[in-house]
Design a protein around this ligand. Structure first.
Ligand code: HAM
Length: 421
């Protein structure tokens, strides 16, 4: 038997319904925030992610799906959305002819060759946003409010918002020097990857999964202590605006995020329910004021986030949130024999075009099994079409809950259902 690739999953049944509900809610929320829908290719040239996400990140060094296409080009399945959206912003010259900010949202599959475990897949879906051309801390706060409001709309309660600031270029440089000073005497006690990180990008040491619990990492300098006044000012404003929106947050000075492009604000929202599991980061993001320039665009600020849809679905299950999904149909049609199938399928078509959820017996079941099937489908009404109904043009409609029966002409059917569903 051919099996699906490791780290991937199939969607069907009730999970599919729940997923579609969440996707629709996201779409509606983005409309209210006045964001524009973006879609970019699932594969891009490899350099985009190498330069965009950062050469020293785990994502680029260990996790990308890289391959050569038949034209010998180096391409990569996107591991995240930000670099692609920035590429699209630049390539479509949105900096020139648009009123700033440009506020983009996106949804789609991402690919990372990670060790699969609960909440961690090799193909996973992200919903994300990117805002270009606003240096205002209101944008950072707005971006943070999006996942928080989505979780609220869905009825998730056990969430915790962690924020931190990496500061601007100058602050980051001062912090980098402090890290080098600090790690220098400890370098031989760190893992092999960290030795490499020390030389190339010491900030990445803080994100190490192997050394995460060592005292060396725990006692490392904090970004917040190296912020210059401009950076501190920006961070204070973000906090003030979050408070104005009644969003609770915790300052987590250890938060640095696993991608290289961040400046100023970084944040993550985690599922804080006990026993949720280790992959409890539901979403993450932050400001990146230099990425557009790094990818050859004009100097333009950016801020955004992305959330993992699978972890969100797990959190909904974990908190036993009931979603208002439709798990019933309006009408189930039973043609009694072969002779009535043309009329039955004609009515089926009419019902669907008039907005009703309708289905039919495709399997020539006997009446008893058809009633069972109508129950299985949770059908509100059953329409039985036998020889008599076909000849007279008067249909028998049964309310499957009250068991009441009605005799109606085809013309009266739609009005009747409109009034009763
Ligand atoms: P990220 O933290 O790498 O950020 O991913 C964002 C979210 O995607 C995570 O918090 C998690 O929920 C989900 N996720 C990541 N990897 C996996 C995986 N292997 N399996 C399941 N879910 C996963 C970014 O991707 C940035 N582009 C976010 C951003 C946008 N920053 C600014 N703008």
């Amino acid at each position: 038997m051919i099996q699906r690739p490791k780290g991937t999953y199939d969607v069907n049944g009730i999970y599919g319904k729940k997923l579609l509900y969440v996707e629709e809610l996201i779409e509606g929320l983005m409309e209210k925030y006045n964001y524009e829908y973006f879609r970019t290719p699932i594969f891009e040239s490899s350099t985009l992610f190498h330069r965009g996400v950062g050469e020293t990140t785990d994502i680029v060094t260990k996790e990308t799906y890289d391959f050569k296409d038949r034209g010998d080009r180096d391409v990569t399945l996107r591991p995240e959305g930000t670099a692609s959206i920035v590429r699209s912003f630049i390539e479509n010259k949105m900096y020139g002819n648009r009123t700033m900010p440009v506020k983009a949202w996106y949804y789609g599959p991402m690919f990372r060759y990670e060790r699969p475990q609960s909440g961690r897949f090799r193909e996973f879906y992200q919903f994300g946003v990117e805002v270009f051309g606003s240096l205002d801390a209101m944008s950072d706060a707005e971006v943070i409010s999006i996942p928080v409001n989505l979780y609220k709309l869905l009825g998730l309660k056990g969430i915790k918002v962690n924020i931190n600031s990496l500061g601007d270029k100058e602050s980051r440089e001062m912090y980098r020097e402090a890290l080098i000073e600090y790690f220098k005497p400890h370098i031989n006690d760190l893992c092999e990857d960290c030795k490499e990180r020390f030389l190339k990008n010491p900030l990445r040491i803080l994100d190490c999964k192997i050394d995460a619990d060592s005292d060396i990492l725990k006692n490392a300098p904090k970004t917040i202590d190296y912020l210059n006044s401009n950076s501190l000012n920006h961070f204070n404003k973000v906090k003030k605006y979050l408070e104005a929106m009644n969003i609770d947050y915790t300052i987590n000075t250890k938060l640095v995020r696993g991608l290289d492009y961040y400046t100023h604000t970084v944040f993550e929202v985690e599922a804080s329910v006990e026993g949720f599991g280790s992959q409890n980061v539901l979403c993450g993001g932050g400001r990146y004021d230099n990425l557009v320039e790094t990818l050859d665009g004009p100097k333009t600020s950016g801020v955004g986030f992305a959330m993992g849809i699978e972890r969100l679905m797990t959190a909904l299950d974990y908190e036993a949130v009931t979603l208002p999904i439709i798990d019933n149909i309006d009408c189930y049609i039973i043609p009694v024999s072969e002779n009535e199938k043309d009329l039955a399928i004609h009515i089926l078509q009419d019902l669907r075009l008039n907005g009703f959820i309708a289905d039919i017996d495709y399997n020539n079941r006997n009446l008893k099994n058809n009633f069972k099937n109508a129950d299985r489908l949770n059908s509100k009404f059953i329409i039985i079409i036998g020889e008599e109904e076909k000849d007279s043009g008067i249909l028998t409609i049964k309310n499957n809950e009250t068991k009441e029966e009605y005799k109606l002409s085809h013309d009266e059917l739609i009005d009747f259902l409109d009034q009763n569903i």
